[in-house]
Design a protein. Structure first.
Length: 131
């Protein structure tokens, strides 16, 4: 019985750690948009590239790929303000806990209507300011 408890504790700790999110959003990262990889951002100013990494395995156990992808995206958003970028776009798919993103400054860029984000589904109305 004692051996079974000793084996179960490390397995439970690894399972619990796999459920945790290790990456938190930084203050400037919350304002950074994430564009789909197929979105045309040619109207935006390219500011550079961002490479991010997280642990995708804990010992012999693989972490949930959705959590890994989410953490990579959060890290990219956290890095974008340092490049004066307001939008990130995946350059590559995640592999072995690594991913590369393009960083863009799109504020003020005129994007095609087809590339614009879908309107919010709330009852609020947005009216642009006159310059």
């Amino acid at each position: 019985m004692h051996r079974r408890v000793m084996f179960a504790m490390p397995v439970a700790l690894i399972a619990l750690a796999g459920a945790c999110t290790f990456v938190k959003m930084a203050p400037g990262g919350a304002q950074v948009q994430v564009a789909r990889s197929d979105r045309d951002l040619s109207a935006c100013q390219r500011r550079g590239e961002i490479e991010v990494t997280v642990k995708d395995r804990l010992g012999p156990y693989s972490r949930d790929p959705i959590r890994v992808r989410d953490e990579l995206e959060t890290l990219a958003r956290n890095e974008a303000p340092g490049l004066r970028a307001d939008t990130v776009q995946p350059k590559t798919e995640p592999a072995d806990g690594e991913q590369r993103f393009f960083a863009f400054r799109c504020k003020g860029a005129s994007l095609n209507a087809a590339d614009a984000p879908a309107p919010a589904t709330s009852s609020a109305q947005t009216i642009p300011l006159k310059e």
